[in-house]
Design a protein. Structure first.
Length: 327
């Protein structure tokens, strides 16, 4: 069990795709967590760094609030439209200074978070990732030099972050997460450090990163440093329910149907079935075609989940060939 009896769950929501994903998120969360004691917070970005409105539409807002979600506005002062992934970083300034678990909006819940052994004094994040960053150039610097430059930049000890069961210069040796979920003891303190590190990496980039792309990877580059700085690290077996029997970061509805568990698919279909929800979600093309027109289940029957392509990009291409890569 977690070391804190109460904690908050938050995600980021805004107009467009995220608001429809948030509706699935909120309804599945409430079904899987009927006795949850914390707050379900949805941070809504805004301000002049966006060229169009980010406000959640009124029909979706009503359904989110009906599901018990609290929509909390915040102003983008650093990222915004130029780097939307920065929302999860800046949103934390608007949260209470309490233990938190962040999830990307494209998450469906299939079990209770009470079954997850959170230790909020040892933060961690999702290991459901591929070796997407960095991409060391042929003549260097390599993985060690690139990652160590970041730890050195922020005065962090580097050696203990390494998984020494992995070979030197192999990407899994280095602390690297997917930012689809992460947690910590104090959202405000965690968020300030996350912003400090991300800002420093983007606008005062170490020379060792000269050949590296930071878009869209900036949040995933900064996150390991933040977690390590608070004494956290790779998740242990007590967190296996995340990306497991408790939560599923499906990333896109076509990927949900192609590769995720029966429990995740069944939850999505169940919580989107009520007429009031269907009336709203039909405005979102992926939901209309995949959920309500049944094309998702047809897609699902085309894939052997025991023998999926080894890389997500290959699976996406296979879905595209079916004409169903919808976002």
């Amino acid at each position: 069990m977690s070391t804190a009896p109460n904690f908050n769950v938050f995600c980021v929501v805004q107009s467009g795709r995220l608001e429809y994903e948030a509706l699935i998120f909120a309804r599945s969360f409430r079904e899987a967590n009927p006795g949850f004691l914390g707050r379900l917070l949805m941070a809504e970005p805004g301000g002049p760094r966006w060229s169009q409105t980010t406000r959640v539409s009124d029909p979706v807002r009503a359904l989110l609030e009906e599901a018990g979600a609290e929509i909390i506005p915040f102003e983008n002062k650093h990222f915004g439209e130029s780097y939307p992934y920065g929302n999860k970083i800046e949103a934390m300034t608007a949260l209470p200074a309490e233990p938190f678990v962040f999830f990307d909006t494209d998450t469906v819940f299939t079990g209770p978070l009470a079954s997850v052994g959170f230790d909020f004094n040892r933060p961690s994040a999702s290991m459901r990732r591929e070796g997407t960053w960095p991409e060391p150039p042929l003549y260097g610097p390599g993985y060690t030099a690139i990652w160590k430059s970041l730890y050195d930049k922020f005065g962090l000890e580097f050696d203990s972050s390494l998984d020494k069961t992995q070979f030197d210069e192999y990407w899994q040796r280095y602390l690297y997460f997917n930012a689809g979920w992460f947690f910590g003891a104090d959202a405000v303190t965690f968020g300030k450090r996350f912003l400090h590190y991300a800002h420093g990496i983007r606008w005062d980039t170490p020379d060792e990163l000269a050949s590296q792309s930071l878009d869209p990877w900036l949040d995933q580059v900064a996150l390991p440093l933040v977690i390590h700085s608070f004494g956290g690290g790779r998740p242990g077996p007590e967190l296996a329910g995340l990306d497991g029997d408790v939560s599923c970061h499906y990333r896109a509805l076509p990927l949900l149907y192609a590769r995720e568990s029966d429990a995740a698919v069944e939850m999505v279909e169940r919580v989107t079935a009520p007429n009031a929800v269907k009336k709203v979600l039909k405005n979102y093309d992926p939901a209309k075609k995949l959920i309500y027109q049944g094309k998702g289940m047809k897609l699902r029957r085309k894939f052997d989940r025991a023998n999926l392509p080894p890389r997500e990009a290959m699976l996406r291409n296979a879905i595209r060939r079916e004409g169903l890569w919808l976002r």
